[in-house]
Design a protein around this ligand. Structure first.
Ligand code: PLP
Length: 181
């Protein structure tokens, strides 16, 4: 059995190696430990091993864990989509994302909302056997972010690219991910 602490260290090493290959700085890539379904005591162990960013995909589950771990200084990330009973975002009833051709228009709309700031994009490519096959998706997200950036929309920056998961994070880091999940 692989120890949690060793496992985290190994992932961080692999992120650093991918950064080296791409001429990037490891401190520019955040490891967001997706902790959905993981009980608070195990999150606490991951915290003790050095992790500070955790990702949840359900608001109620996240709130319960935040309460149980309120003594820790943690940044919680919502990596799921909001259900409509949590937020009503205009007419766009996108269940789990937005089509590529609609991203710019959505960015413009979100940027106009005074209570929200759009700080980047996230992608979930199909799950491929070979992580190399995800590379074109990551590259495309980065290009899309550049397109949006150059539109200079108020309330919109593209400093974060959340891309890459357990099986393909090294490729994502090589393609510019600032957060891996
Ligand atoms: C669950 C989830 C992850 C992590 O998935 P793994 O299978 O543990 O790699 C990453 N991102 C999102 C959006 C998720 O919902």
């Amino acid at each position: 059995m692989i120890d949690l602490t060793d496992n985290i260290a190994r992932v961080q090493e692999r992120i650093a190696e991918a950064c080296r290959r791409a001429g990037r700085r490891p401190e520019d890539v955040k490891l967001v430990a997706v902790s959905k379904t993981v009980p608070p005591d195990r999150i606490r162990k991951a915290y003790d091993a050095g992790l500070r960013d955790f990702g949840e995909n359900r608001v109620q589950e996240a709130n319960a864990k935040r309460a149980a771990l309120s003594d820790l200084t943690v940044t919680w990330h919502l990596v799921g989509h909001l259900q409509t009973n949590k937020a009503k975002l205009g007419e766009e009833q996108t269940k789990s994302g937005v089509r590529e051709q609609d991203v710019l228009a959505l960015a413009e709309q979100v940027g106009r909302l005074s209570t929200l700031e759009l700080s980047g994009l996230m992608v979930l490519p199909p799950c491929f056997e070979d992580p190399e096959q995800a590379r074109p998706f990551f590259r495309r997200l980065r290009e899309l972010a550049r397109t949006i950036e150059s539109a200079s929309l108020p309330g919109v920056s593209m400093r974060e690219l959340s891309m890459g998961m357990s099986h393909d994070f090294e490729v994502a880091v090589e393609e510019g991910a600032t957060m891996v999940r």
